[in-house]
Design a protein around this ligand. Sequence first.
Ligand code: C5P
Length: 237
Amino acid sequence: MNTSPIIALDFKHQEAALSFLKPFETGTFVKVGMQLFYKEGPSILYRLKEQGFDVFLDLKLHDIPNTVKSAMTSLAAVGADLVNVHAAGGSLMMEAALEGLDIGTEAGQSRPSIIAVTQLTSTTEAQMQRDQLIQHSLNDSVLHYAKLAQAAKLDGVVCSVLEASSIANVCGQEFLKVTPGIRLANDAAHDQKRIATPAEARQMGSTQIVVGRSITGAVDPVAAYEEIARQWKGLNE
Ligand code: C5P
C-alpha cells in the first residue's frame, strides 16, 4: 500500500478536484469522500484512476450486514484501492463487507484493502461517553474496535495518531493505522479534536496519514504537501 500522505479531496465537484490535482504527480494517494462521491458517483473514481492516482474511497459504510455486503460488491467494481466501514456496525457487518468485496472483485484484479473507522478524530472522550454511552476511555474503545476489525480479517483501521501506538502493540505493525486529524504546527484545528503533526504520526506508528484542509486550503498546496511529506518521512529532523 502506498505510504505517501493521502490528500482528502473534499471538493464540491470533480472539475474542482481534478483542476486542484493538476500540479500533483501521478501516483499521489487521494481520498474521495461523501461530498464528491455523492455528487459525481463512480465517474470521479474512473477519472482519477485514468490519471494514475491511488484512491481511498471514504464512504464509512454502516448498515445491516447484507446491505453492506451488497454495497461493497458494487464498490469493488469502481476501482478504489482502499475502502472503509464503521467498526461500530459490528463484527458480522465487517465480515460481510469483506465478503462483498471478494465477490465484487473481478478475477485477476486485487481486492481493495478495507479498514474500519474506530472513533472519529472529531470525537473527544467526553463526547463519546455522553453521546454513545460508552463508559470506557477513548483509547480502550478504539483498541476494542481495532481488535474486532482484525478478528474480522480487515486490513486495518482509521484512528487518531494518539491511539496508533497502542494499536500497533496489540494488532501489529502491518495492520494499517490510517490517521486523519493531521495538522502542521501552526495550522487551525477546525472541527478536529485529536490532532497531531506528520512527524508525530510517524513516531507514533501511523502507516498512512490523511490530510485535507492543511493542503487544500494552503496558498501553495504543492508546497504544503511537500512539507507534510518531508515531515512524515522524517527528513526535516
Ligand atoms: O481537512 P481535514 O484534514 O480535517 O480532513 C480530514 C479528512 O479525513 C476529512 O475528509 C474527513 O472526512 C476524514 N476523516 C476524519 N476522521 C476519521 C475518518 C475520516 O477526519 N476518523
